[in-house]
Write a protein that binds this ligand. Structure first.
Ligand SMILES: Nc1nc2c(ncn2[C@@H]2O[C@H](COP(=O)(O)OP(=O)(O)OP(=O)(O)O)[C@@H](O)[C@H]2O)c(=O)[nH]1
Ligand SMILES: [Zn+2]
Length: 364
């Protein structure tokens, strides 16, 4: 990992990668001793934050704890610099540009944010048996929902003599999403990723196990990040624990965010993403006879007609139905979880249905 530019002025925000005018304006209400930073990793009770020229540890203010606002990797935050006691407190999370989250079916059912302010997400797939259009559709749905820009990266191009065939196959479902063939191993084609891994831009990677995410990250550095990734520190009990940083600065000033939560991202609550990933079905569906057509057996269904005529693949429509059903199941689970929470919160109290509704609206 390249060393950070040494800067004696901790208030110099311009060296924080990704800092832009919108953040500058959001931060303008704060004066010394408040400073800005970006979350590098999150631990049980403290956060590592990149501030101008260095990485520090910070706790969370009581106010943020009370409202349950927990900064995540990639967040830009406001810190109170308590110089006299050599400590930093995170007092605010600046507005998020994009937000990668997964719908959690836990008791509190809050959507769990995994990472924030990612500009581009590389959906990594590999030639050979990992190449699965249905899986790419699933990733596109999640990525679109986050607000980040998807780019499909076909890795292990060195293992086939026909990489363009695989690229063309992916293009049939990708719409205007770029599809780029590379070999992380030989570093061929990495230059085509430069548009996205640009100074101040933040990238994350998703894709199934073994497609080459770590190999690609390492290739983007000249040295292995894995070696510098782990840092030893003392936990509260005085033992040494290994903590892992999740935000890396690339030699060219770009940023990569990587953690298991992002790698294993689930569908969650991505209805908006589904509409974007299946742009062609949505467009054709406007011509269905019934407004609430489910594109199954209904008469006058334009989607079924497109399948019969061969302009949309049947497998793609099946995939759309499957993901739609999964999302419906997920929101039902969320609903059940909410009801359970309501019961717990209002146990023994008389609560009007109106109050319950209000509470539910707030919880989303
Ligand atoms: N031939 C070839 N092999 C590659 C390429 N990229 C990665 N590999 C190999 O694929 C295997 C898996 O690569 P990883 O980088 O560990 O995959 P990953 O996506 O990080 O896997 P997880 O950590 O399980 O998510 C390793 O043996 C790599 O050497 C490539 O471009 N070409
Ligand atoms: Zn229809």
């Amino acid at each position: 990992m390249p060393s950070l530019p040494i800067c004696s002025d901790l208030a110099d925000k311009t060296t924080i990668p990704g800092w832009d005018e919108a953040l500058e304006s959001a931060f303008s209400v704060y004066k010394d001793p408040y400073i800005a930073g970006r979350i590098v990793s999150r631990h049980k009770t403290n956060w590592e934050v990149l501030i101008s020229g260095t990485i520090i540890k910070a706790g969370l203010s009581g106010a943020l704890l009370r409202i349950g606002k927990q900064p995540v990797v990639g967040d830009f935050v406001v810190l109170l610099n308590q110089e006299e006691i050599n400590s930093y407190i995170i007092v605010n999370v600046l507005p998020r540009k994009t937000c990668l989250s997964r719908g959690a079916a836990g008791d509190n059912n809050e959507e769990q944010v995994i990472a924030a302010n990612i500009d581009t997400i590389f959906i990594i797939t590999a030639t050979g048996k990992d190449l699965n259009l249905r899986r790419i559709e699933r990733y596109l749905t999640v990525v679109y929902a986050s607000g980040a820009k998807p780019v499909i990266v076909l890795n292990k191009a060195d293992l086939t003599d026909k990489p363009t065939e695989a690229v063309d196959k992916i293009r049939t479902i990708a719409g205007d999403v770029p599809v780029i063939a590379i070999s992380a191993l030989s570093k061929a084609g990495l230059d085509k990723l430069e548009n996205y891994i640009a100074p101040g831009k933040t990238v994350a990677l998703v894709g199934s196990s073994g497609v080459g995410k770590s190999t690609l990250i390492n290739a983007l550095f000249d040295e292995s990040v894995q070696k510098t990734k782990d840092i030893r520190e003392d936990d509260e009990k005085g033992r040494h624990t290994t903590t892992v940083r999740q935000l890396f600065l690339l030699p060219n000033g770009g940023v990569i965010i990587d953690n298991p939560g992002i790698r294993e991202i689930q569908l969650g609550d991505s209805y908006d993403g589904l509409e974007k990933a299946f742009f062609d079905i949505v467009r054709v569906a406007e011509k269905c006879r019934f407004k609430d057509c489910t594109h199954d057996q209904e008469p006058g269904c334009a989607v079924q007609k497109a399948v019969q005529e061969g302009s949309i693949a049947k497998e793609r429509v099946d995939s759309y139905h499957k993901l739609n059903a999964e999302l419906a199941f997920q929101s039902e689970k969320t609903e059940i979880g909410l009801k359970r929470l309501e019961k717990k919160k209002y146990k023994g109290m008389q609560v009007s249905p109106r109050k319950l509704r209000e509470y539910k609206e707030k919880s989303y």
